[in-house]
Design a protein around this ligand. Structure first.
Ligand code: FAD
Length: 399
């Protein structure tokens, strides 16, 4: 039987960063994950995830993202590879930014300026000149912030897992945690579906969308929701290639739509929706995208990026959020089981925070307070709880 000081369950961004931080704090760390890391169905496994400080009026996420952007640069240097691409962030508005519907954009701009940044305010003329693919009959104003971009998330997890191995983390691929052995309220062991038993002083559950199924006591507070992702192949990528396009939000708090510039390696432009999504079970439900969603995409493209409206759709995916009712993460010790902690609840915006998630989880395991841990603690959330992440288009603010 293998024994670890700390066993991390799940090798997505929440788990792998925690494993690295705990190993750097000199614990003997093991990590289990089904199949391989990055897992093909993991939320962290993708070609791009947006990295932005633009969180509306939210000061804490702004500060967390600001710290993380600097640290993504450090990881680029550590890995001698550009996994974080600082191509900038464009917030498109269908009306003047001061108008009521654009509270997210307006508050994000005010936050940037209040923290000493000088993003570009763009009107129709500027948009035509700098971002020619955008339909200025639809979008009349925008805000461009160069300190932002996207992370090649699957590649980031792959490099972080390799790095974790070099500092002593023992990664057990092909192992699926299934049972916690608890005696007198204290965790002793973790048993896997594959028949292995891991003895550990402490376990950290970072199993993404599977977390509320491994720990059903979390089900009242978080849901698994599926969100569409589309890959389009432009006839001519010129107008979709930075600096002619960056990461963009298309009046996101009212539409949910956002996207990324052309990716030469895959030859595509990725577009996705940050909205309610559909509730589903991570293992039992069909994740395929339906025709109505594709029709909605085509309508969005016709209004926003006319050149792309008939572009071939080369890949679609429904990716899963571990959606807490309020949209904050869930990083804390189990209230009843000693030696068991949880780090999850990315709620569609956790990847960018990778560089800070590890220390938040490690502090929790060590029973310490972290500068940003307060609102991510184990909490009682009523069914009526509203979503607080200001960029997200959520009907009635409820998932
Ligand atoms: C469509 C979509 C778009 C997104 N866009 C952005 C974005 O632009 N910017 C951003 O910051 N964030 C974004 N996110 C959110 C971000 O991707 C997630 O918050 C983050 O990746 C969650 O990481 P995780 O480690 O919790 O989960 P995952 O990455 O899903 O990892 C969980 C891991 O646990 C493993 N596991 C599951 N069950 C078990 C078990 N029983 N035993 C052992 N291991 C197990 C899985 O195999 C997996 O490897 C997006 C998410 C989605 C779905």
């Amino acid at each position: 039987m293998k024994r670890y000081d700390i066993l991390v369950i799940g090798g997505g961004i929440f788990g792998i960063t925690a494993a690295i931080e705990l190993a750097q704090r000199c614990y003997k760390v093991g990590l289990v994950n089904p199949d391989s890391i990055p897992h093909h169905l993991a939320a962290s496994t993708d070609v791009t995830k947006a990295v932005r400080m633009e969180y509306g009026s939210d000061q804490e996420y702004f500060r967390m993202a600001e710290i993380c952007i600097d640290r993504w640069h450090e990881w680029n240097a550590l890995f001698r590879e550009v996994i974080y691409h600082e191509v900038g962030f464009l917030m498109l508005c269908q009306q003047p930014m001061e108008s009521a519907p654009h509270t997210y954009e307006k508050a994000s701009l005010e936050n940037l300026v209040a923290h000493g940044y000088a993003p570009d305010r763009l009107d129709i003329g500027d948009l035509k000149a700098r971002f020619p693919a955008i339909n200025t009959d639809t979008f009349v104003q925008a805000n461009y912030n160069p300190k932002a971009g996207y992370v090649a998330s699957g590649r980031a997890v792959e490099r972080l897992a390799d790095y974790a191995r070099t500092i002593g983390v023992v990664i057990h691929e092909g192992q699926t945690a299934a049972e916690f052995v608890v005696r007198n309220g204290v965790l002793q062991e973790v048993k896997t579906k594959e028949g292995s038993t891991f003895s550990c002083g402490h376990a950290l559950v970072a199993a993404g969308a599977h977390t509320p199924y491994l720990l059903p006591e979390l089900q009242p507070y978080m849901k698994t929701t599926g969100h569409p992702v589309f890959w389009l192949r432009p006839k001519d990528p010129t107008n979709y290639t930075p600096p002619r396009l960056s990461v963009f939000t298309a009046d996101i708090s009212n539409t949910g739509w956002y996207g990324f510039p052309f990716l030469p390696k895959q030859g595509i432009v990725k577009v996705a929706k940050h909205s309610n999504g559909i509730r589903l079970h991570p293992d039992q439900d069909d994740r395929r995208i339906n025709d109505a969603e594709i029709a909605e995409l085509r309508t969005f493209l016709a209004n926003s990026f006319p050149e792309l409206q008939d572009a071939p759709l080369v890949y679609t995916r429904r990716c899963l959020y571990t959606d807490t009712l309020d949209g904050h993460f869930w990083i804390d010790n189990h209230p009843e089981i000693k030696g068991l902690s949880v780090s999850t609840g990315g709620s569609g915006h956790g990847m960018k925070m990778g560089p800070i998630l590890g220390e938040m989880a490690a502090d929790v395991v060590e029973g310490k307070e972290h500068e940003f841990s307060a609102r991510h603690r184990w909490r009682h959330l009523e069914e009526a709880t509203v979503q607080l992440e200001e960029a997200r288009h959520v009907v009635n603010r409820k998932i």
